[in-house]
Design a protein around this ligand. Structure first.
Ligand code: HEM
Length: 226
């Protein structure tokens, strides 16, 4: 008998389809910005470039390149059909995403430690927490896959997916907010009330929603097997 996908599966697919175009656009921007920063002197163009600062420059611009790659590869891991048909591909892409995500998180954390973010301590805190959570999710996803604990592997891989997409969600929140309010409570230094909420709002609420979904799914599957 053919099983029909559940309502939440359809909602998930719809969400991914709606994110696909902006995701590809942002990944291309991030890749280009990162490659230019690694090869050129961008001090006249962006405050992110540190003149005579090979460590922060390598950290921040390589995190953009690897982040773009992780963002494009991560959605492939969600397809149950691809997983079942090409398990070797799932493993290979999964390891690559985990490795890149770890490097992205470490690159961002090094940059925060050496240079700090544009808005200062509160933004440092929001972004450092983001990096630490990404590092933990990547390590846990790999650890549970290696142990063959697939339920737990899947939960951590989903957390990692949400975090990898967080960087895109940060920019999408701004695009929507500026469209609706013309930038109310926000400024170029990212120190306005809207900006301060964004230091955390691009990943924490999505992680909470995911936790609710993971727990509900666990209860449903226990009830179904009882
Ligand atoms: C897939 C993941 C990621 C991608 C694609 C990405 C991409 C980018 C890009 C393109 C920028 C340049 C700013 C802009 O033009 O918008 C940036 C800035 C930055 N990113 Fe990431 N990033 C990712 C994850 C992370 C993580 C996990 C951290 C934290 C450890 C982080 C920390 C930073 C910091 C501190 C800045 C500079 C902020 C500032 O002072 O303006 N990023 N990132």
């Amino acid at each position: 008998m053919q099983r029909h996908p559940s309502r939440s599966a359809w909602l998930g697919r719809l969400g991914i389809a709606m994110l696909a175009l902006p995701m590809l656009g942002f990944a291309a921007y991030s890749l280009r910005f990162g490659l230019r920063g690694l090869g050129l002197d961008l001090s006249d163009e962006t405050y992110i470039f540190t003149p005579d600062g090979p460590v922060p420059n390598l950290a921040v611009f390589s995190h953009m390149v690897l982040g773009a790659a992780a963002m494009v590869l991560a959605p492939l891991q969600l397809s149950a059909r691809l997983r079942a048909r090409f398990p070797g591909l799932h493993r290979g892409t999964g390891r690559t995403v985990v490795l890149f995500a770890m490097a992205v998180a470490i690159g961002g954390l090094v940059y925060i430690a050496v240079r700090g973010t544009i808005a200062g301590p509160l933004m440092d805190l929001g972004f450092a927490l983001y990096g630490i959570l990404m590092l933990i999710a990547a390590i846990q996803a790999l650890r549970f896959a290696r142990r063959g604990q697939y339920r737990r592997h899947q939960a951590w891989a989903l957390r990692l997916f949400v975090l990898v997409m967080g960087s895109l969600l940060f920019r999408l929140h701004y695009a929507i907010w500026y469209l609706l309010t013309d930038g109310l409570w926000s400024n170029d230094e990212l120190t306005g009330p809207f900006d301060q909420i964004q230091y955390f709002a691009f990943y924490l609420p999505y992680l909470v929603m995911l936790e609710v979904w993971i727990r509900r799914r666990a209860k449903t599957s226990v009830a179904a097997s009882a």
